[in-house]
Write a protein that binds this ligand. Sequence first.
Ligand SMILES: Cc1cc2nc3c(=O)[nH]c(=O)nc-3n(C[C@H](O)[C@H](O)[C@H](O)COP(=O)(O)O)c2cc1C
Length: 374
Amino acid sequence: MLWKLITFFVRKFDPETAHKLTINSLKLGLHPRLNQSVIPIKIGDLSFKNFLGVAAGFDKNAEVINKIHFLNFGFTEVGTITPMPQYGNPKPRIFRLEEDKAIINRNGFNNLGMLEAKNKLEHYRNKFPVGSDFVVGINIGPNKDSKNRFSDYKMLTKNLSLFADYVSVNVSSPNTPNLRDFQKKENLEKVIKFVKDGIIASKTLNKKLPIFLKIAPDINKSTLNSIIEIAHSQKIYGLIISNTTLDRDINLKSKKYGELGGLSGKPLFKKSTDILSQANKIIKKNNYKLFLIAAGGVLDSKTAFVKILCGAHLVQLYSSLTFEGPLIANEIMRGILKFMRRDNIKNISDVVGIIDNPKEAMNIAINGFKSNKD
Ligand SMILES: Cc1cc2nc3c(=O)[nH]c(=O)nc-3n(C[C@H](O)[C@H](O)[C@H](O)COP(=O)(O)O)c2cc1C
């Protein structure tokens, strides 16, 4: 109740101030101290205490990783980090669509830059080395005015790989002009090459550092197919599906629906889950070894469970943290444990990707597997 009340008051501030306030409160230790629920999952060499993570954009500068430990998440993804510090777009640039439980942001990779993040990560890793219980991904992207965006990716992995459990390659933010073109075949292959070159040139001993590609929900099936083919042939670890959407066809009630930028939160759920489900089917059909991380509109245990049934090994959220507050992971974990008891699921990985249709997955989340068989 207390944290719900605090979240309610924090939301009285404009979204960017509220976010700053949240980060500062975390730094000061003003946060709940929750036990970590254990719903373990292993994907390749990466082991997670639980499958739920904080999505990129929340802790852009890797300032509060050790505080997120207390919020019952199994992992976090810091960034997006660019080589040089970047102010981003003019403010206001984040808009809360209260009636829709959604956010529109056009931040434009505002962050303190690679060197500042490196300091923070170095400090964190002194206490929690790579491979610790709590998994940390580092999300990277190029500077807006960079002369060579490919080289930016290389510089970032060269400097930051040492601190990462995995790297997330952002080729999908809608707020850096033309970034999404990096999802096209020749560009994507080149980005991956530069990312790998950076890892090889870095001080990390793990030259097979897991690489995830974070993709947009606004792609057609042929682009999705091409991304998956490239990911498979380049031995990428997996995909993060998805970033925010530029789509506004979704019925939105809030007057702010027309703001420019990427839409996240509840209205993104259907679109991002449809792409996730398509990706899962393609991967299964071809017997590829690619892991999927789902993001987009996860706000409770049902939406998280649907993502898992539709192919997600791991699930991330951001928007619902701002609407529901710091107990969100606790609530989701409690709900998922209930579903596991209800449906007699021993390991969560047993149900990853077993349902091909998101609507059917939602029916199972609500009513259980038994109802599906009746
Ligand atoms: C304010 C805000 C800032 C974000 N910044 C980033 C970012 O820097 N890099 C990135 O890859 N995704 C960023 N995202 C996208 C989220 O990581 C996530 O993919 C998306 O919001 C969908 O999840 P959600 O519906 O749970 O918010 C941002 C989202 C929001 C709301």
